[in-house]
Ligand binder design. Structure first.
Ligand SMILES: [Zn+2]
Length: 306
């Protein structure tokens, strides 16, 4: 396959890669894809692997990187990109090695110079990735051996990234990174641990499931690790967040007394009253199970709310 670097053909080819990922996502409402699915991409009848062992995918004829990835971390550890963020809302992607002239680093630099879109694959578990695209290499910080990566929304902002309105832009980019990167990765990791089921009612429709924090985001112990998460359906997520429903440190569902006395429709009866006293569904993997200390801390809050 020959596509000359930096041409319209190359941009069209990249669009083709994104359409392939988009089509796969339609059949995977959880948004997580296997490396086999990702690598099933075909261009002019030829299969082209998009995920590559080294991390950076380059193609013959194209000097700029096409895809890049980060590998997964165990459920109890922060997601893989955490060491790639620097509290500035930007994604910092480390060089391969320390040599700026390494072919992988050159390939990323080329994508930056040509302002070419890339696909970023974030490892959720072995062989499972959450794809993000189009992503852009915005800037190189040679002294730190890294590139700054961002979503397309950051592309225009980043050009003007300077002391002018800097704080405003930083906040905006922060929110984008939170909504488009941190939340989806936390959700994907938690849902995977619970085999895409609500821990309370066992509902198995990914579109109706969320990853709830046990200790809320922003608190000291509210880190986005799987043991601080629960896979819950929309109703049970809202009920848990509002302390209508609580979960004991041993994983038993508790319901506020006033809800138990109320008479209303089917949702209250089956969704709330009848789940009182049931054991929540737990991940099979020990490291993914909800942390008892966090559950206890949160359960105290539930009791105070009654
Ligand atoms: Zn539920």
């Amino acid at each position: 396959m020959v596509i000359a670097n930096g041409t319209e053909d190359e941009r069209a080819f990249r669009e083709e890669v994104f359409r392939h990922l988009e089509a796969l996502a339609k059949f995977n409402p959880s948004g997580v894809l296997t490396s086999v699915e990702i690598n099933s991409f075909e261009h002019r009848g030829r299969q082209i692997r998009l995920i590559f062992q080294s991390g950076i995918r380059k193609l013959q004829g194209i000097a700029a990187a096409l895809t890049f990835r980060t590998t997964f971390t165990p459920p109890s550890k922060p997601p893989p990109y955490v060491d790639l963020t620097d509290n500035d809302g930007m994604i910092h992607y480390k060089y391969r090695g320390t040599d700026p002239g390494h072919s992988d680093n050159r390939a990323l630099r080329m994508a930056m110079d040509e302002r070419l879109p890339l696909a970023y694959f974030i490892g959720i578990r072995r062989g499972l990735y959450l794809p993000m695209y189009p992503m852009y290499i915005l800037q190189e910080i040679a002294a730190q051996h890294e590139f700054i990566v961002g979503f397309s929304e950051a592309l225009s902002l980043f050009n003007a990234y300077s002391t002018y309105k800097e704080e405003l832009q930083r906040g905006y980019i922060d929110r984008i990174t939170q909504a488009r990167l941190h939340q989806p990765v936390f959700r994907a990791r938690v849902l995977h641990a619970y085999e895409t089921s609500c821990a309370i009612c066992r509902l198995r429709h990914p579109k109706l499931l969320d990853a709830a924090h046990i200790i809320p985001d922003g608190n000291v112990r509210g880190d986005p690790v799987v043991p601080n998460g629960l896979s819950l359906c929309k109703i049970h997520h809202a009920a848990y967040d509002n302390n209508f429903v609580g979960i004991t440190p041993d994983g038993v569902v508790d319901v506020q007394e006033r809800f138990m006395k109320e008479t209303d429709g089917q949702m209250l009866l089956h969704g709330i009253q009848k789940v009182a006293g049931i054991k929540i569904l737990l991940p099979r993997e020990r490291a993914a199970k909800p942390d008892k200390d966090r559950l206890a801390e949160r359960y105290e809050e539930f009791k105070r709310a009654s």
